[in-house]
Design a binder for this molecule. Sequence first.
Ligand code: ARG
Length: 458
Amino acid sequence: MAKLWKGRFNAATHPVMEKINQSLPFDRELAEVDIRGSLAHAAMLLKVGLLSKRDHRAIAGGLKSILAAVKAGKDPFGEDDEDIHMAVEAELTRRVGEPAKKLHTARSRNDQVATDLRLWTRDKQDAISGRLLDVMRALVSVAEREKDVVLPGFTHLQRAQPVLLAHHLLAYVEMFSRDRERLRDCRVRTNRLPLGSGALAGTTLPIDREFVRRELGFDGLCENSMDAVSDRDFVVETLACLSLAAVHASRLAEDAILWTSSEWRLARLDDAWSTGSSLMPQKRNPDLLELARGKSARVFGALVALLTLLKGLPMTYNKDLQEDKEPLFDAVGTVDLVLESLALFLPTLAFDRAIAAAMLGDGFLDATVLAEYLVERGLAFRSAHEASGRLVRLAEDSGRGLGGLTLDEMLSVSPLFEADVFRRLDPAKTPGSYVSAGGSGVREVGRAIARWKKRLSA
Ligand code: ARG
């Protein structure tokens, strides 16, 4: 292949060198943003007098025709070029001839690729943020639909206290909402323009970076040319945001795996989102959820890959940086697909209210409420905790729940009990008595659903 940098070389590069050096097989992904960047760069060259009107017309026309082909899914690039930047320039030369040779004036692939990657990443931050919104909307709609379902909340995967299923679902809405905040915050630092930094030092030519910034919709300039071409911290930050979103998706998936397991049977997997076994005819497997959990591993891998890639690099650009793309592309594609699937899947989860009710009957979920009853009557919490614990032991030893004890038995542990205690001892009704802000109380969760519906409709 003819190299655009061939001037100072005598002999051809080894074919294996070409193979390891080539990024075109994966950086085609940047074709669209690369051309957008070139159009802005060419317009700037015209403005400052580095390009004639005629040459600019030829270049811009050629770039737009390539862009149209790319957008139509008919990318005109061959297999041979080193990277997408070379491929676009070569194609432009085939289409418009001589003027194409002026496009790279006052530009290096170093500031070009950094610009491409920031444009691409910015768009994907917005796209993932939209996907997160879809998942949040799905969770809120299920929370509202199931708003009177009470089930055990767990700590240590041991039944702990009764909670509303809606409260459990809204916990994930909070997590995904923070993921969106993080992406928005990281977008601010991503959205700075590297172009105009040249290879590393800037240029002697009278370019106008501010013009290019406005054309491409960047909020500011990268203010140091050496930093601009050599750092990829915006990629690391993006991958960190994606990693947390993947953690949250993975935990939600794990919860749904438990809910739909044949041990719990709290919810049933819809046919459209289950898979069977090639051997066991009865199986209904949660493959989607397992993949949502498992694919998070690739995202964390990408984050670690980028940190490792950057840590020993001397200033400024080094070819190592070409390795930034595949992990980023893979992580974005992975999180995008996981979130898309979860948003579609969640509303199909059918919860079984009878099972939820049965789960409440077991595990002394009202023991904390019983202790709080004594606190309301003046007992110190530690003593109340002990009294309630003794009643749990008494009930457990005789195969009953707390509600199955007699008032006399209660009085044998504390004189503060009265007959009204039994009204407190139904775990299904406990959420009706939680009153603290942010807790799993019926009123509080109702308010939270309303709050999220309003926020998410905006
Ligand atoms: N394909 C390269 C990359 O992804 C583009 C920049 C090449 N720059 C260079 N000086 N060789 O990083």
